[in-house]
Design a protein around this ligand. Sequence first.
Ligand SMILES: Nc1ncnc2c1ncn2[C@@H]1O[C@H](COP(=O)(O)OP(=O)(O)OP(=O)(O)O)[C@@H](O)[C@H]1O
Ligand SMILES: N[C@@H](CCO)C(=O)O
Length: 291
Amino acid sequence: MPRVVVPATSANLGPGFDVLGLCFDLSNTFTYSIESDFQCTGFSSEYDMDHNLVIKSYKTIFALLSQDPIPIHLHAQCEIPISRGLGSSSSCIIAGCVIANEVLNHPFTKEEIAKFATTIEGHPDNVIPCLFGGLVASKFNDNHLFTVSYPISTKLHFLVLIPDFELETATAREILKPEISRIDAISNIQNTLLLLEGLRTGNEALIHEGINDTIHVPYRKTLIEDYDILKHIVYKHGGIGFTISGAGPTCLAIFTNEIPIDDINIELVTCAHHWKIMEMFINMNGTRIEV
Ligand SMILES: Nc1ncnc2c1ncn2[C@@H]1O[C@H](COP(=O)(O)OP(=O)(O)OP(=O)(O)O)[C@@H](O)[C@H]1O
Ligand SMILES: N[C@@H](CCO)C(=O)O
């Protein structure tokens, strides 16, 4: 049966709020077949047919063509934790759009799919690296999508720290201030440029300074009780950068040395929540279609 393999992503990378995103080698796999009715399996019960983001996105593509959706049986095998800041919603949106395009025999280009997915998600920073892979900056304005891929030094290692609680992106956006000061805007522009050069070269000082954000992390960290202690543990064990992954609550850490997973794990017992840590490898290819 045909399937799409849709990767996890970490958005923002600190200062690149709603702009930067990085694609990881952890995926949801959606198998589908054309049938006479719609059926979903492999999803938890709360995401039944009426509340399923893959099916909703699938139907959106048909609606764009003013066509009735062709029923499919959809089966999910999910590795991406839900509402944790690793792009689970984007993986569903991309899956629905890509499967619809396959079933319809490719009426849309990949770039058009990227635009539709961005419209459904509301911002491009997860869906674009999810579709194309790698480290990407993107802007969607007036139906124009601009994407720039950036290189990443092979010296770098990425660690995600995933807690035992969820945080919906909508909630994590509600607490942000509607306006930002000039000084914070300047700081984020500076840091984004430093960070991208640091990620390209593996320069530790540039990453350490450049990953700092002033427009979302200071507010969102109040929703992540262990944020400061996790940051302390990561830096104590050689981390060169630490921030929230996406809207959180997962945190992202960057290392230039091999990640001392066991040493970090031992220290995590001091946290209020249970944290699972995983080294993540960069996925440069994005979403894969296997027909
Ligand atoms: N495996 C899944 N099965 C069904 N629905 C899912 C699945 N993964 C994500 N979703 C949908 O996406 C929503 C979670 O999206 P949300 O934006 O809160 O988190 P996220 O995408 O994981 O985080 P972030 O955007 O910060 O990376 C769920 O409420 C559900 O609607
Ligand atoms: N840029 C988004 C990513 C999560 O969807 C945010 O931080 O809210």
